[in-house]
Design a protein around this ligand. Structure first.
Ligand SMILES: NC(=O)c1ccc[n+]([C@@H]2O[C@H](COP(=O)([O-])OP(=O)(O)OC[C@H]3O[C@@H](n4cnc5c(N)ncnc54)[C@H](OP(=O)(O)O)[C@@H]3O)[C@@H](O)[C@H]2O)c1
Length: 272
C-alpha cells in the first residue's frame, strides 16, 4: 500500500485535548495540512486547539465533545464525524492509566479504564473499518497502545493488560484489512511527558519520558507509512528488541523494581 497523503484530508482523532493527542493534532495540521475532527470531554481545550490550528495553518476543524466510556457517545462520535465529512484516517488515542499497587485501583475505576481503553476502541474500529473500506480512496486507522502492551508492566498491571489487548487486536486486524486496502497500525510508545505522567509517583522515572511532540511525529509517520507496529525513539525500539532476547520474567522484574522504588519515594519515608 502507498504512503498515505493527508493534505486536505479529514482525520478523526480521539483524546485530542492534551498530551500525545494534542501534539498529534498540531503535527497533522502544521506539517501535513490535515483537516481534523477533535474528540475528548474538555470542550474548552478542544475549541481553543481547533481555532488555533485553523488560524495558524488554515485547516478545517470540527469538535465532538464526548465521554468515550459511554457506548452512546462513541456511536455519536462516529455519526457526527462522518456527517458531511469524508474521513480518510482515524487515530484512536484516548486512554487512561493507573500507576500504583493493584489493590489501589477500585472496581469502578477499572471498569472505566476497560470501557475507554478497550471497548470504545473496538466499537469505533468496528464502525470505522467498513466505512473506510467502502471509500474509493483507502485510508487507515491507528490504535494507540503502549510498550506496556508489548511487555507486561508491574504496578500498571491492569493498564498493561488493556494495552496488550490493543496490540493483539490491532495486529490481527492489520493482516485482515491489508488485503482489503485499509491499513491498521498499532502505535506502542514508552513513557511520554504528558498529563498521564504528572504527579510525584513518576518523579523517579521522569528521565525516561519522551517529549510529546517527538512522539507525535513518530506516530503520524507510522500511520502514513501504514506500519504494522510503530515504536517511537531509538532507546525504546532497542529496549523492545532486548525484551524479546532476555527471559521475560527477568526484564519485567527489573522494571518492577524500578517502579517500586519510584512509588516508595513518592509515598515518602513514613509510608508503611
Ligand atoms: N503518557 C505515557 O507515558 C504513555 C505511554 C504509552 C502510551 N500512552 C497512551 O497514549 C494515549 C494518550 O495519552 P497521554 O499520555 O497523551 O495522556 P493524557 O494527556 O492524559 O491524554 C489522554 C486523553 O484522553 C482523553 N480522555 C480521557 N478519558 C476520556 C473519556 N472518558 N472520554 C473521552 N476522552 C477521554 C483526555 O481528554 P479529556 O480528559 O478532555 O476527556 C485526553 O485528551 C493513551 O492511550 C495512553 O495510554 C501514554
Amino acid at each position: 500500500m502507498e504512503t498515505m497523503q493527508l493534505r486536505g484530508k479529514w482525520v478523526l482523532l480521539t483524546g485530542a485535548s492534551s498530551g500525545l493527542g494534542e501534539a498529534m493534532a498540531v503535527h497533522l495540521a502544521r506539517d501535513h495540512g490535515a483537516h481534523l475532527v477533535l474528540v475528548a470531554r474538555r470542550e474548552d481545550r478542544l475549541r481553543a486547539l481547533a481555532s488555533s490550528l485553523t488560524e495558524a495553518h488554515g485547516v478545517e476543524t470540527a469538535v465532538v465533545v464526548a465521554d468515550l466510556t459511554s457506548e452512546a457517545d462513541v456511536q455519536r462520535v462516529f455519526d457526527e464525524a462522518v456527517d458531511g465529512r469524508p474521513i480518510h484516517a482515524a487515530i484512536l488515542n484516548a486512554g487512561v492509566s493507573f500507576f500504583g499497587h493493584h489493590d489501589e485501583l477500585d472496581w469502578p475505576a477499572f471498569q472505566r479504564m476497560l470501557a475507554l481503553n478497550v471497548s470504545s476502541v473496538v466499537q469505533l474500529t468496528t464502525l470505522l473499518l467498513p466505512y473506510l473500506e467502502q471509500r474509493a480512496e483507502r485510508g487507515g486507522l491507528m490504535i494507540v497502545s503502549s510498550l506496556a502492551g508489548l511487555t507486561p508492566v508491574a504496578y500498571q498491571s491492569a493498564y498493561s493488560g488493556t494495552k496488550a489487548f490493543l496490540v493483539h487486536y490491532g495486529c490481527g486486524l492489520h493482516h485482515e484489512m491489508a488485503r482489503r486496502g485499509v491499513s491498521v497500525t498499532v502505535f506502542a510508545p514508552g513513557g511520554i511527558d504528558t498529563e498521564m505522567t504528572q504527579g510525584n509517583r513518576f518523579d523517579d522515572l521522569r528521565g525516561w519520558l519522551m517529549p510529546a511532540d517527538q512522539c507525535a511525529r513518530s506516530a503520524v509517520d507510522g500511520l502514513r507509512k501504514r506500519r504494522y507496529v510503530q515504536v517511537p525513539g531509538l532507546m525504546y525500539r532497542w529496549g523492545n528488541v532486548l525484551t524479546r532476547l532476555l527471559p521475560q520474567s527477568f526484564f519485567v522484574g527489573r522494571v518492577a523494581a524500578q517502579y517500586r522504588r519510584s512509588l516508595a519515594k513518592a509515598a515518602g519515608p513514613d509510608a508503611g
